[in-house]
Unconditional design. Structure first.
Lengths: 143, 143
DNA sequence: GCAAGTACGCACCATCTGGTAAGTACCCGT
DNA sequence: ACGGGTACTTACCAGATGGTGCGTACTTGC
């Protein structure tokens, strides 16, 4: 990720949303602001260290806003910035495409797709629904 | 990239278009079929080994089709499959988003942006234009 | 002391991605 | 022989990403 110039816009975009955890974190934040511990539970399989790292990077990129309520115990809330929301909107078609084809993508990599399409995989769907299904998805996450 | 199940469609999509070279390769193939050597020259900075690797993976994912004309010297042509075209379409908004914000993305990473937005960076643009500008972009690629 | 809750930081390690430098095959021209 | 062209393969390495296991701070309850 040391590139300063990009051959195309896609490169630039993937600089801010690429990697293992950022897509999931972005998707979870799409449904509304989240506290650290809440995110930790929603993004199944992620360690605190990785979550902090991802949030910090996304914050540096202007995608995520961090609001510290200066309380004891500590209370911090993360949410998408306007910039992050615009990114989410630009990602919508790709989310839907991935949701429609994830079975094929998994199969093309010669992996047994034991966990069929989780309920929350349609990240372009209504967010009330996605929020509720998100918890179920997190439980079923096989990472 | 060993995941078989995905928390959201975005994860699945990024499995097939993530990494350093796939976005650029996909973008170059968007303008039409290309021979290996042609791609090599268009994707500035890529080694033959990396290009072959990326093409092979994209072929395995069903994004890219490889047509061997069985000639001497060898003549092989790569093009986007229908599946790849559908992916390209789903990526269009993200390409445009990245094109609009790439200056901000570069700045946010505290890098000197010596090479300002290359001409061909608007990957959502008319492809005749992008094709022509692609060569200029490739020459100016600073990777 | 231990546990739980809240949200982080640091040291070290494993794996993956990308890279270099060779090599393969065929052809033609000097 | 050398060079150029076409399109690949293999061995080995460097850096980036992700991970584990500790630690920090504050509170409360057992």
């Amino acid at each position: 990720m040391a590139k300063r110039t990009y051959s195309c816009g896609l490169e630039a975009s993937l600089d801010v949303v690429g990697g293992k955890w950022k897509p999931i974190v972005l998707w979870q934040l799409s449904a509304g602001p989240r506290r650290f511990g809440e995110l930790r539970r929603l993004v199944a399989g992620i360690s605190e260290k990785m979550l902090i790292q991802q949030l910090r990077e996304m914050q540096a990129d202007g995608i995520v806003a961090r609001e510290d309520f200066r309380e004891i115990p500590p209370r911090v809330e993360y949410s998408l910035t306007e910039f992050g929301v615009s990114l989410r909107e630009a990602l919508r078609p790709l989310c839907e495409w991935g949701g429609e084809h994830m079975g094929r993508i998994g199969a093309a990599r010669d992996r047994a797709d034991e966990g069929t399409s989780p309920l929350g995989s349609r990240c372009g769907a209504d967010y009330n629904e996605a929020g509720a299904a998100g918890s179920a998805t997190a439980k079923g996450h096989g990472v």
